[in-house]
Design a protein around this ligand. Structure first.
Ligand code: MFK
Length: 569
């Protein structure tokens, strides 16, 4: 039967996601040596085409599919198989052949390998329903194994983790979270016991294990007799499955029923005497797994900017098609104002993130200066937390640009928001990362001093252009954060803790502005004012998030909701 009425809204569409993206293209043109960029262009264009075309269509078709746990075979044997969705199977193939994990480990590109890898991840992520999650952990596992130099484990796993052959490539899990929680990892309950043959066996429950289909995982457990806390844990390698159908003693209890990332087969596991090998010693597990955390936090930031960009690409397309009150939305001043504000946030987040990517590459290739290393330690929590907050508000606002259609599942738009909401949560919540940032500053605030030095370099790069003022304002933001920090460190430690998030966000936004100013200065020379306009708008949103409200007020407001007044005024 024909629907009544003659109007049907034209849905948004996507073009080549590399060709259409002036931000990533402008950035790559500014930072990468021309001979490298020319080599990369074809690969990036191909991925941009798939991301805006074939993969995007497949993502919409795959919308209702979810991974399925098959606990038993037809004859009652426990198999705990997880069946993945068609989109994820295709994503796994592309991830291997495109070298989404392999690229920085292949050597030929040196530190630039990280830039190419993450430019690809940025194009791949928003059309593949968070297949970036297992890839992030795989990258983190390869980096962690290489850092610790356990040659047997390196030989066994790293060639697999970094393979470009879809048949050979392994992904890796990272099993940290237990029922005791995901933040305070030091109170983990899993025990490691040596059996009579001297093998280590793990007993415990892992409460939130993404990438449960991976053939290996890195995890933490407490060797018997070790003290409490993170220092008493050890980092273990677990082979989950192997040749000829061999399976370790691991039971999949159930898959998690999550708000988003529905394609990610996150599971609860019982380690029932699972065989494991220590990666590096039998203590200091939390410290030993930090290379993993720093890599996955960088992935998290790249996925955040990528999701912001996708939501904006769709909203921009829709704005040109949607006619209301007699004109397309793209002619409406308030709609343009809204989109421009979102673009400014995304653009600043983009440059902050790729600065972290550059520094990670330089650090891994021993090319980073002392200042850059100090900067990177602080930047990793800062960029993860800053972009994690941005992505939820940007994507939420972007789907509002579709009106009711943004709230309807089969447009594919609500997925954007659900999948964004995980980004400030996993890999360290905003508050946990804010506390990590305080630690990462060093006793004398060396991290912040390094930030300021890097920021001043951007001011010099923008000198004599209209963008100089932006860079200067970014440096001033860092200086205000520094003054706050000095006062807070001299005062009540609880007030310092209470202000940690405001400090982190101020530092993140100020540094982002300096980096955007550098890009703006470069673009101005080529006649493109858009990065400058983005920087001005971002500045207008404000850099400062520094708080100075009395602690007692927070306690009264946060917890006390009794109707009666404790003592009459
Ligand atoms: C889209 C891509 C996304 C990726 C998908 C992944 C999906 C997986 C889902 C998950 O698994 S989410 C769970 C992830 N869990 C976390 O991110 C943990 C969050 N909690 C923290 O980060 C806490 O700060 C921490 C567990 C590290 C605190 O534990 P402790 O036991 O209090 O450790 P402590 O004393 O702070 O740090 C121990 C040592 O490590 C110290 O060094 P020293 O021993 O030399 O003093 C720290 O300085 C050092 N350290 C801590 N964090 C570090 C670090 N070093 C370098 N980098 C860091 N980030």
């Amino acid at each position: 039967m024909e629907a009544t009425g003659s109007f049907f809204q034209v849905p948004p569409s996507l073009g080549n996601q590399f060709d259409d993206d002036r931000v990533v293209r402008g950035y790559l043109e500014r930072v990468t040596p021309p001979e490298l960029r020319q080599n990369w262009e074809g690969e990036l264009r191909g991925l941009g085409e798939a991301s805006g075309g074939r993969l995007y269509r497949m993502q919409l078709e795959d919308r209702l599919q979810e991974p399925r746990l098959i606990p038993y075979d037809p004859w009652g044997k426990r198999i705990d198989q997880i069946e993945l969705t068609p989109l994820w199977k295709e994503a796994a193939r592309i991830a291997a052949t495109e070298g989404l994990v392999a690229t920085p480990y292949e050597g030929g590109l040196g530190a630039w390998g990280r830039v190419l890898q993450f430019a690809k991840v940025y194009l791949f992520h928003p059309s593949t329903d968070v297949y970036s999650c297992p890839l992030a952990m795989t990258d983190g596992a390869a980096r962690t194994l290489l850092t610790h130099g356990n040659q047997g484990l390196i030989d066994r796993a790293v060639p697999r983790l970094t393979s470009r052959d879809p048949e050979r490539m392994w992904t890796s899990g990272q099993w940290m979270t237990e029922r005791t929680g995901g933040s305070d990892v030091g109170i983990s309950e899993t025990r490691a016991v040596q059996d009579h043959e001297g093998n280590w066996r793990l007993h415990g429950t892992k409460w939130f294990t993404s990438a449960t289909t991976s053939p290996m995982a890195l995890t933490l457990a407490r060797p018997e007799g070790n003290p409490e806390g993170g220092r008493g844990l050890a980092l273990f390698y677990v082979q989950v499955s192997g040749e000829d159908g061999w399976r370790n003693r691991i039971l999949v209890n159930r898959l998690k029923d999550k708000l988003g990332t529905r394609k990610v087969p996150t599971a609860e596991l019982t380690l029932d005497g699972a065989l494991a090998q220590p990666v590096v010693g039998l203590t200091e597990g939390v410290r030993s797994i930090t290379p993993m955390l720093n890599v996955t936090r960088t992935w998290n930031a790249v996925c955040a900017i990528s999701a912001m960009r996708r939501s904006l690409a769709l909203a921009r397309s829709y704005a040109r098609r949607r006619v209301a009150f007699g004109a397309p939305l793209s002619d409406k001043p308030l709609h343009l104002e809204t989109l421009a504000g979102l673009q400014a946030e995304y653009e600043a987040g983009f440059h902050l993130t790729f600065f972290a990517v550059e520094l990670l590459g330089r650090a891994e290739h021993q090319e980073a200066t002392e200042t850059e290393l100090l900067c990177l330690r602080l930047l990793t929590p800062v960029v993860k937390a800053t972009t994690g907050k941005q992505v939820v508000s940007v994507v939420s606002e972007a789907i509002e640009c579709f009106g009711g259609a943004g709230y309807v599942e089969d447009t594919g738009l609500p997925l954007l928001l659900r999948d964004a909401q995980v980004l400030p949560i996993w890999e360290g919540t905003t508050n946990v990362l804010s506390l990590d940032a305080l630690r990462a500053l060093g006793k004398g605030g060396e991290g912040l001093i390094a930030f300021r030095e890097e920021a001043l370099r951007r001011t010099r790069a923008a000198a004599g252009t209209e963008a100089e003022e932006l860079a200067r304002r970014g440096v001033e933001g860092l200086e205000r954060a520094g003054a706050w920090l000095q006062r807070a460190r001299e005062g009540d430690p609880r007030a310092l803790e209470a202000g940690a998030r405001g400090f982190l966000l101020t530092v993140g936004r100020s540094m982002a502005l300096c980096l955007l100013a550098q890009q703006a200065a470069w673009s101005l020379q080529r006649g493109d004012r858009r990065p400058l306009l983005a920087g001005r708008r971002f500045l207008a949103h404000g850099l400062d998030r520094l708080g100075s409200q009395p602690l007692e007020e927070a306690a009264a407001l946060a917890l006390d909701e009794r109707a009666e007044v404790a003592s009459p005024a």
